[in-house]
Design a binder for this molecule. Structure first.
Ligand code: ADP
Ligand code: MG
Length: 240
């Protein structure tokens, strides 16, 4: 589905991503772990074309997405993103937050868009909050609405950038549960997270990034039980 080769990104003189290579199959759940500043968010943002890589290649379903003639907005419809902050529209109620993009970008009519939004809210356990405004929701509820909103665009691939990092500890579980459900349903996902329990349980593959490099990559068992690299071992020791 996604193939990334020799990806490199500079911010000015700061070399943030260095020779990053990755291939991802449909249905895979890839978790990216690593210390702050290691380039994880930049990597996701390059995949989503929120940032332009300095060099390297990204191909999505065999198409080079760095090609200048690519329709970026159509590509982004296939690749959803959920951020640490939820970025819900504050002056729209929950259901209108979800229907806006499908109605404007996919030209769905209101009735269909609302019907689907209701189903998605059901899926994330937010059906009874349809008509409320984001300000009255908890962080965990906002994030579940943000996930429903991303799903409303029918993405093939969902990127999550530390979706639970801003949440109070007691709200983390409800969001991870929704993400696990999506994974179980076969959604292809790349998840940057510090939730090692989630990575162990849900990921097919785990990547450890540091200093702009993919330092180590393997199954959750490889990474968490038999890490090979000293940097990986040192990082994981912080979570014990
Ligand atoms: P992580 O998500 O792993 O914490 P980031 O991808 O956010 O790491 O950041 C990697 C490096 O890139 C850091 O040194 C950060 O300061 C720098 N950086 C991130 N975004 C920008 C930006 N928009 N402009 C300049 N430097 C940036
Ligand atoms: Mg980050």
């Amino acid at each position: 589905m996604l193939s990334i080769t020799q990806l490199s990104k500079y911010y000015g003189k700061n070399h943030v991503l260095k020779d990053v290579n990755l291939s991802l199959n449909k249905g895979e759940v890839l978790c990216i772990i690593g210390p702050s500043g290691s380039g994880k968010s930049t990597f996701l943002r390059c995949i989503n074309l929120l940032e332009q890589p300095t060099s390297g290649a990204i191909s999505y379903r065999g198409k080079n997405i760095l090609d200048k003639s690519l329709n970026v907005s159509s590509y982004r419809q296939h690749v959803g993103m959920v951020f640490q902050g939820y970025y819900l529209f504050p002056f729209k109620n929950v259901i209108n937050n979800i229907t806006m993009a499908p109605m404007t970008l996919l030209k769905e009519n209101r009735e269909d868009a609302e019907k689907e939004a209701s189903q998605l809210l059901e899926k994330v356990g937010m059906a009874e909050k349809k008509l409320v405004y984001p300000a009255s929701l908890s962080g965990g509820q906002k994030q579940r609405v943000a996930i429903a909103r991303a799903l409303a665009m029918h993405p093939d691939l969902l990127l999550f950038d530390e979706p639970t990092s801003a949440l109070d500890p007691e709200l983390v579980g409800e969001v991870l549960k929704v993400m696990k459900k999506l994974a179980d349903e076969g959604m292809t996902m790349i998840v940057v997270t510090h939730e090692m329990g989630f990575a162990k349980e849900v990921a097919n593959r785990v990547i450890f990034m540091e200093g702009g490099y993919i330092v180590e990559e393997g199954s959750p068992k490889d990474i968490f039980q038999h890490p090979q690299n000293d940097r990986t071992k040192e990082f994981l020791a912080r979570f014990i």
